[in-house]
Design a protein around this ligand. Structure first.
Ligand code: B12
Length: 268
């Protein structure tokens, strides 16, 4: 049985005729009778603890996400590992079907909200390291509301013993500078998912240098790549959220030089 919320969404987005059009337009290799739920079903992981979480993310059902996470944690899974192993997997299904034109932005938005609730739950249920290794200032570029990746970055940094100053999303360049002045971080992170917002990183970089802060500025997010991040002096590119604590650990261990960090973390 479909959940009522999904039935409602389907009424909004998918009349039989419109779905047929979408499938034809995107030349999706699916059976004619296949619904978005059927398509998602084929992509879910088979693991019996992970499956319900991934499915609940796709359906945008926050309560079911939490219920699934509770069961997985009770069965011995690590809450922080579940962010990557279950929540991200569910969001991966959403992203794929969105990219293929099978679901639309309202669906993605509901899934994203469920994902964020799930991340919060995982963070609350993880035993944070008692000693702080250092402070990291995290933000999403000015004009950009995509904060799922940044939230994973902050969760992983906290789980690895860092004090995180989370500035949120759509953060004005000067706000990043103020946070650096106030918190004396070992690292600043930036996330951008839009080609229109990623240039804010260059501005952050230039203002940091102008004020004499030579702090590594780790940047990631779907819009940016290693070549782009290498164009500004403090930039260190990270492909995966898990690179953020690794970069921070390298800094704590004494690698503060940007060229040396790039050498360690960039692909050659
Ligand atoms: C979810 C989503 C949304 C949600 C966002 C919800 C939220 N709270 O984040 C909603 C529905 C709100 C949304 C809105 C919009 N979206 Co949108 N959205 C997406 C979608 C489907 C998935 C993005 C995502 O969350 N990915 C998963 C996360 C985990 O990935 P990530 O952030 O990149 O993070 C990973 C790595 O990059 C890395 N990482 C990230 N940051 C950092 C930092 C460091 C230091 C390190 C080491 C690593 C790291 O870690 C993560 C993995 O481990 C993408 C499509 C896609 N294929 O990406 C479009 C997409 C990003 N959106 C897009 C657009 C255009 C929009 C809208 C303008 C749509 C509109 N017309 O209104 C608005 C944006 C408004 C704005 N001003 O920002 C475009 C951007 C195109 C472009 N290149 O500029 C995309 C690519 C879709 C497309 N194909 O056109 N969107």
């Amino acid at each position: 049985m479909l959940k009522s919320k999904w039935r409602f969404r389907n009424m909004l987005d998918f009349t039989e005729a419109s779905l047929k059009k979408v499938l034809t337009r995107y030349n999706v290799a699916l059976e004619k009778a296949m619904t978005p739920e059927d398509a998602a079903e084929e992509l879910y992981p088979k693991d019996e603890l992970i499956y319900p979480i991934a499915k609940a993310i796709f359906e945008g059902e926050e309560d079911d996400v939490i219920e699934g996470l509770e069961a997985a944690i009770k069965a011995g899974k690590d809450p922080i590992a579940l962010i990557d192993d279950a929540l991200m997997v569910g969001m991966g299904v959403v992203t794929r079907l969105y990219d293929e034109g099978i679901i639309f932005l309202p669906n993605v938005m509901m899934s994203a909200d469920a994902m964020l609730d799930g991340i919060e739950f995982c963070k609350e249920n993880s035993e944070t390291a008692p000693v702080t290794k250092g402070t990291v200032v995290c933000h999403v570029a000015e004009g950009d509301v995509h904060d799922i990746g940044k939230n994973i970055v902050t969760a992983l940094l906290r789980a690895n013993g860092y004090n995180v100053v989370d500035l949120g999303r759509d953060v004005p360049v000067d706000e990043v500078l103020n946070a650096v002045a106030e918190n004396n971080p070992i690292l600043v992170t930036g996330t951008a998912l839009m080609t229109t917002t990623m240039y804010a990183f260059k501005e952050v970089n230039d203002k940091l240098l102008e004020k004499g802060y030579k702090i590594p500025f780790a940047c990631g997010g779907g819009a940016v790549n290693q070549d782009f991040v290498s164009q500004y002096a403090l930039g260190v590119y990270g492909e995966e959220a898990a690179d953020a604590p690794k970069i921070a650990d390298a800094i704590v261990a004494g690698t503060t030089d940007i060229a040396a960090l790039r050498d360690k973390f960039h692909k050659h």
